[in-house]
Unconditional design. Sequence first.
Length: 367
Amino acid sequence: MEGLIYLEDGTVFKGTGFGFKGTAVGELVFNTAMTGYQKILTDPSYKGQIINMTYPLIGNYGISSVDNESEKVHAFGVVVKDLCDMPSNSNSIMTIDKWLRDMGVPGVFGVDTRQITKKIRNKGTVKCVISTEGISISEAAEICDRGQIRGDWMKEAAVKEKTVMKSLSDSDEKPLSVAVIDFGVKGNILTCLRERNCELTLYPYGTLAEQILAGKPDGIFLTNGPGDPEKAEEAIEEVRHLINMSGIPMFGICMGHQVLAIALGGKTYKLKYGHRGGNHGVFDKNTKRSYITSQNHGYAVQYESIILKGMEITHLNLNDGTVEGMEHRDLPIFSVQFHPEASPGPNDTGYLFDKFIAMMKEDKNNA
C-alpha cells in the first residue's frame, strides 16, 4: 500500500503503508523507547495521537497475547523507519502488520523518522494526516484542515461502568480497598496495586465524589489518561470535593497528577513536544536519587502555581526542570507525572506504590 504522512504546515512524507487500509487525523508525537511498541500502542494515553517511533526497527518480536495495556490500540496511527514482517519470538502470535489490520489502525514505514522527530522538536507537536489508501496530497490537505485535535479524550478512554478487580496477592491480610478514578488507565498500573493486596473499584469519568466515598475506600487513585487536563472539568470538580470531604490517602499518576494539581488550585500548560519514552531522568528530592522513568504526556504542572497551594515539589525532570512529582504538606496526597509501573521502561520507581500502601495502612491504624 502507498503510505502518506501529511503535516498541517504542508510537509509531506511518502512511504509504504501497512496495517489497516484507511486514513486518520491526529496529533503527531514521537516516542523514544527502544522496546515495548505493543504496550505503547495499547496505552489509552495515546488516544487521538499518531506515534512516530524514533527506534528504527519495529515489529521484530511480533505481537504477543500478554503485552497489551488495554483491550485495543488507542493510537490513531504509527510511523516507523523499518518494519519487520518476520518476527523472532516464541511468544509471538502475529505480525504487527496483521495486528494493526485487525485493530483498524493505519501505519506507514520507509520514511525518515529522524527528520520527522527533528521537525517536531523544532516546531512542536503538529496536526497530521496518515493515510494508506492512496489519497492525493490535496485530499490530505483538505482532510487535515477539517480534522480536529481534541483535548477531552479522557472522557472516552475510561471504563463505562463501575468495575471491581480483586487482589492478586496471596497475603492472609484483608485487602486494602482502593477507589480508582479512571481517565484511561494502563493495565499494568492496576496490576501493581493488585499485587500489593489491593482490591480495586474502577469508576467511570465524572462519577460523583459522594458515590466514590459511599464505597468506604482506604485510598483514592487517579490514573493516567489522554488529552488536556484542563478539559477534565467534571473530574476536577469531583476530585476537589474528594480532597475536602475525605481526608484519606490519594495518589495520582500522569493525567491524575495534573488533575490533582488543578483541583488544588494550580495550573497546567502544554509542552512544546512532550515527554514520551522509557528513558527520562527524574530527580527525587526525598530520596536524593535520580531515576530513569517511563513517560507519556504532553502537558505539565506549572511550578509556581502549585507551591502556594499547600504542595511541595518532590520530583524534577533532569532534562528540562519540569515538575515530575508533588506532595501535600498537611494532607496524605501525592502524585507523579511519570509512570512508576513502567510498561514499557524501567521499574526503578515502583517504590511509589509501596508508599501509597504504607499511607493507607497508617491511615487505617490511626482511624
